[in-house]
Design a protein around this ligand. Structure first.
Ligand SMILES: Nc1nc2c([nH]c(=O)n2[C@@H]2O[C@H](COP(=O)(O)OP(=O)(O)OP(=O)(O)O)[C@@H](O)[C@H]2O)c(=O)[nH]1
Length: 135
């Protein structure tokens, strides 16, 4: 049995009209710096996953979306060294504003088949396959 704390993180695949997905590069000073991830973050106490994701998309990218525009796609359950990550991935195709890197080094729109060219956190691997199937 693992005694690691469970960490609930919500993540989002923003999908544009060309079926490309937005990934964001983690900054220096954070764990897994330099890796590319799906925008998102930890669900705070008292928050729903959807509210957390809407908040994170605003904080990280400066865009606005709403719950009706968030479709659950898949989730990962991944053992890191100190925590066990449970991370649902939502797909969002409708938002307002243009994503800008407010908390990341860079943003990139990538075709799902090309996601494997970008180093991502180990937990994310199964999500790439789910996005390739969807898109
Ligand atoms: N947003 C996001 N987080 C991910 C992904 N994959 C993955 O393992 N994570 C992990 O989920 C956690 C997200 O936390 P966060 O973004 O709110 O917090 P953070 O980077 O400031 O936290 P940290 O530096 O303490 O790890 C991190 O530990 C991050 O490494 C992903 O694709 N998107």
């Amino acid at each position: 049995m693992s005694a690691k704390p469970l960490l609930l993180v919500v993540a989002c695949a923003l999908v544009d009209t060309d079926r490309r997905v937005l990934i964001a590069q983690r900054p220096e000073g954070k764990s897994m710096a330099g890796l590319w991830e799906f925008p998102g973050g930890k669900v705070e106490p008292g928050e729903t996953p959807e509210a957390a994701l809407i908040r994170e998309l605003h904080e990280e990218l400066g865009i606005e979306t709403k719950e009706a525009c968030l479709a659950p796609l898949s989730f990962v359950s991944h053992a890191y060294e100190n925590i066990h990550l449970l991370m649902p991935l939502y797909v969002c195709r409708r938002w307002q504003g243009t994503p800008e890197a407010r908390e990341h080094i860079a943003l990139k729109w990538v075709r799902p088949q090309a996601l494997r060219d970008y180093p991502m956190p180990p937990a994310d691997e199964p999500l790439i396959a789910a996005l390739c199937d969807l898109l």
